[in-house]
Structure formats: structure tokens, C-alpha cells
Ligand binder design. Structure first.
Ligand code: URP
Ligand code: ZN
Ligand code: ZN
Length: 491
């Protein structure tokens, strides 16, 4: 006995067609017209679309960053993701200072014991030595085939060019993909103190400390190194014209380079959001910064013409009003990590958040929520707004992420033999986004008040229903680690 999704319209990266879809066990076993319902549980999908579960390849759950930890973990973040139609994500494991890559994996595997949806790991290299270089190919045996290097966040995550270049050489040899956060961190580190010294301390100055030129320059540097090493490169969270131009140049030269943007960069601007009165702009502080309306059009152009392959979130949420509960003395006496234990004892406690940067934009934790909103907001502006087709939407949010990161066709499509990760999408249902109703563990939503048309009404992972309307049916520990393959295609 299986589950038969009847009378729906299936959307894949290439097609959109009326068909029934049968799930037996964890996989899709049959797609066809007028399938016999005898012996199956029937889900009536008349008037609905069936899409593959969304894949968000850029998340930071429970990340120690900016003097605190990001809020959502593998429990709350997974539930929020599924309510938004995302059933798989890849999180960034960070190599601990002085530690190995495997030390980082051990730490992240502990976080993932709470998993409610499927997940994978990228590995962020912070310190490269001979032992780490030797360790890189061994990650493939662990199902990890992507590395990440930060060209920004000096004295925190930033690596030098030699580290990036040598990592790319090893990755290329083993068919692994290198991802970069492309901003020139040295220039940022020179601009920030100069701005602060001029009394420019409000959130909006964050954008001036990280102008488009430093993103374009770093993107170009990474693209050139990819060309020299033959390493597959994926530039994360691209935001602006100079960066897109650098990517286009590399692609035109035949270099193995790809890029993603994140949903917030289509919607938020410095003028309207980062420069909001008072400290409100802190909600929108992320790196690279949100940009201008012009850059938004450049990004839409790049997803339309295939320059950008993926839309993800860079979900990394912090309280707007955090640090609620213990005294400053308590917080000072309890270094990072103890906060988790404290929160477990006292649910009213909030770890520090954006308020850390009142009076100094450089101390505002970088990042924002989005994991739950991604598919709804991009469908609304992209598909309803006639910018992209439903098929291209599926390609950007499901299929390409699976292909680029070695999970296809297990994930990312609806085909016979694929995991039955299925979103039943109601294209006519409206929803007004709000922090009052979202499932992310965050006291604000960057799309607050936006009414979208087109929402997930049921969400399935490997044939198990996780979401039914407002009802949550998932379970901790049910999410599985997705082992990924090297040698993914360049799209
Ligand atoms: O502001 C951001 N993007 N925070 C998360 C870390 C990163 O750079 O991706
Ligand atoms: Zn980044
Ligand atoms: Zn990120």
C-alpha cells in the first residue's frame, strides 16, 4: 500500500504536466495518468502543484558567530524550513581554531541529532596545514564533497589567497567543489575603523564598509583561481553588478564557475531597510550587505539568463532584542557555549543578538532569517511577477542545488526512484508573512507584512507527511544525513 497523489500538476525543472504520482516506502515508484487508487491512501491534489522538496544549500544553524550563536538549530530551523517547503539543507561545518576538519564534523553531528528534515554538510576551512590538506579528500568518505572558504571576516574566518589556491588545487584533484564568501576582508578591515572614527556608527554604515567593489574584486580573484586550478567554484550569496560581471567573465572564458544569490537580495535595499530609523536597520545587517534596486534587477537578470544557478537563504538568524534574562555579569562569566545550557534551564532567556551592535555597526551579528520564507517570496515575485517560469523556479530551488552538490536525482526532482520529498503547493492560496506566525526562532521577519500568493499546504519527506496546513507532524531524529558524491556538473 502506498500514497497516491491524484490529479495534481507536477512541476520539474523541465516540465509541467497533469499526472498522478505514487509513493511506496520512501520513494516515488510511478508517475502516470489515471493511476488505480485501489489499496492506496489518496491525497487529492486537484488545483494544486506537486514540486520536489526545496533544497537550501546555504544555512548556518546554531553557529557561533559575532559574539553569540545563531538562533535556529537543527530542531527549530528544520521545522521552519519544512513549513516553507524546504525538506533538505546543507549547513556549514566550521573547522575549529587549531582543530581538524573532522573535529568540526564531530561538533556538527552532535547538533544534528535533533534533525527533523534531511541535511548535508559543507566544510569551512579556516586553517590550512599539511595535515588539513591531507584530510580534505578523506571527507568524501564521510559524504562531504564541498569546501567553503571565507575571503572576508578578518581575524575570524578569513583565509589568505595561498590557502584558497592550495585548497582549490587539492579539491580539483578529487572532484570536490570549493565555495567562497567573496568579499575583500582586508579592505573592509581598513574601511570599518575609518567610518567609526567619523562617528558613522549606525547600521546603515555597514553597507559603506563593504561596498560592491570589494565583492566584485574578491569574486574575480576566486574566479581566476578556479580557471587556473580547474577547480569547480561556487560563489555564495552574490549581491551586485560587479560580482555578477566577474562571474559572467569567468563563465565566458569557460572556467568551471557557478554562483548563487539569496532571496533577501531580491527584496531588501540599503535605503529602505538598512537605513531605517533608529536601530531597526540592524535586522537587515548581513554580509555582503543588501544593495540597491538596480542590483536587484541585475540579480533577476542573472537568474533568468542562467548566470546564477541557485537561490538559497544564508539563514543565520539572531534576536533583534536578545540578551534577555541573565545580567551582563552572568553573561561575562559564561563564555560561548554555556548559553545553550542556560536556555535549556530557562526558556525565557534569550542569548545576545543584534543589540550587541548598538552604537557600533561592526558589532552587529551578521545574518538574518529566511529559511521558511525563501520559496514563498521568490515564487510570488518571480513566478507571479512573470520573471521566471514555474520550471525555472523548481530548477533554482530544488534541482540545481541537488545537481551542484551531488544529491541528484535522489533529491531535487520528482522522478521514479527519487526520494519522495514532495511539496503540495497551492498556487492560489494567500499568506501574509509575519514574525507572529512564522516558525523560525526569531523575533522579526524581514518580509513582515508581505502578502504572497502560492504556498505549501502539505510537505512530505521520503513519503512521510511533515506538514499538513498548520499542523506539524515531524519528529526529532527523523531527518537523515545525505551522503553526497564528488564530480558534480558545472551548470
Ligand atoms: O551575514 C551573513 N551572511 N552571515 C552568515 C555568515 C556568512 O557570511 O555567510
Ligand atoms: Zn558568507
Ligand atoms: Zn553564509
Amino acid at each position: 500500500m502506498g500514497t497516491l497523489f491524484k490529479n495534481g500538476t507536477i512541476i520539474t525543472a523541465s516540465d509541467m504536466f497533469r499526472a498522478d504520482l505514487l509513493v511506496e516506502g520512501e520513494i516515488v515508484t510511478l508517475i502516470g495518468r489515471d493511476l488505480d487508487p485501489t489499496g492506496h491512501t489518496v491525497v487529492d491534489c486537484a488545483g494544486k502543484y506537486l514540486m520536489p522538496g526545496g533544497i537550501d544549500v546555504h544555512t548556518h544553524l546554531d553557529l557561533s558567530f559575532g559574539g553569540t550563536y545563531s538562533n535556529d538549530d537543527f530542531n527549530t530551523g528544520h521545522k521552519a524550513a519544512a513549513f516553507g517547503g524546504t525538506t533538505t539543507h546543507i549547513d556549514f561545518v566550521i573547522q575549529p581554531p587549531g582543530g581538524s576538519l573532522h573535529d568540526g564534523l564531530i561538533e556538527w553531528r552532535k547538533k544534528a541529532t535533533l534533525a527533523q528534515i534531511d541535511y548535508g554538510f559543507h566544510l569551512a576551512v579556516r586553517e590550512l596545514n599539511d595535515a588539513v590538506l591531507d584530510e580534505i579528500p578523506t571527507l568524501i568518505d564521510e559524504g562531504v564533497t564541498s569546501l567553503k572558504l571565507f575571503m572576508a571576516y578578518k581575524n575570524v574566518f578569513q583565509v589568505d589567497d595561498s590557502t584558497l589556491f592550495r585548497t582549490m588545487r587539492v579539491a580539483a584533484k578529487h572532484g570536490m567543489i570549493v565555495m567562497v564568501h567573496a568579499e575583500n576582508g582586508d579592505v573592509e578591515a581598513a574601511l570599518t575603523p575609518a567610518l567609526l572614527a567619523e562617528g558613522k556608527t549606525e547600521p546603515k554604515w555597514h553597507a559603506s564598509s563593504r561596498p560592491p567593489e570589494i565583492e566584485g574584486e574578491a569574486t574575480n580573484r576566486a574566479v581566476v583561481m578556479a580557471g587556473m586550478t580547474g577547480c569547480a567554484l561556487y560563489v555564495v550569496h552574490m549581491t551586485c553588478e560587479p560580482a555578477i560581471a566577474a562571474l559572467r567573465r569567468g563563465r565566458a572564458l569557460g572556467y568551471p564557475v557557478m554562483g548563487e544569490t539569496c532571496c533577501q537580495y531580491f527584496f531588501l535595499t540599503v535605503d529602505e531597510h538598512l537605513a531605517a530609523p533608529g536601530f531597526e536597520g540592524a535586522k537587515y545587517v548581513c554580509s555582503p550587505p543588501i544593495r540597491s534596486k538596480h542590483d536587484q534587477e541585475v540579480l533577476w537578470g542573472a537568474v533568468k539568463d542562467g548566470t546564477l544557478a541557485v537561490v538559497s537563504t544564508d539563514h543565520c538568524d539572531f534576536w533583534y532584542e536578545g540578551g534577555v534574562g541573565p545580567t551582563a555579569e552572568w553573561a561575562a562569566a559564561h563564555p560561548n557555549g554555556d548559553w545553550h545550557a542556560f536556555e535549556a534551564q530557562d526558556p525565557t532567556y534569550r542569548r545576545p543578538g543584534k543589540e550587541l551592535g548598538r552604537g557600533n555597526f561592526a558589532k552587529i551579528p551578521n545574518g538574518m532569517p529566511g529559511l521558511e520564507d525563501r520559496m514563498m517570496v521568490v515564487w510570488h515575485a518571480g513566478v507571479n511577477g512573470s520573471r521566471i517560469s514555474p520550471q525555472r523556479f523548481v530548477e533554482l530551488h530544488c534541482t540545481n542545488p541537488a545537481k551542484v552538490f551531488g544529491m541528484y536525482p535522489k533529491k531535487g526532482t520528482l522522478a521514479v526512484g527519487s526520494d519522495a520529498d514532495i511539496v503540495v503547493w497551492d498556487p492560489n492560496k494567500e499568506h501574509t508573512i509575519s514574525a507572529k506566525t512564522h516558525h523560525m526562532h526569531c523575533d522579526y521577519n524581514v518580509y513582515e507584512g508581505m502578502t504572497v500568493r502560492g504556498v505549501p499546504v502539505q510537505v512530505y519527506q521520503r513519503g512521510i507527511r511533515l506538514v499538513d496546513g498548520d499542523q506539524w507532524l515531524g519528529k526529532n531524529g527523523a531527518g537523515q544525513f545525505v551522503r553526497r558524491s564528488p564530480g558534480a556538473p558545472i551548470l
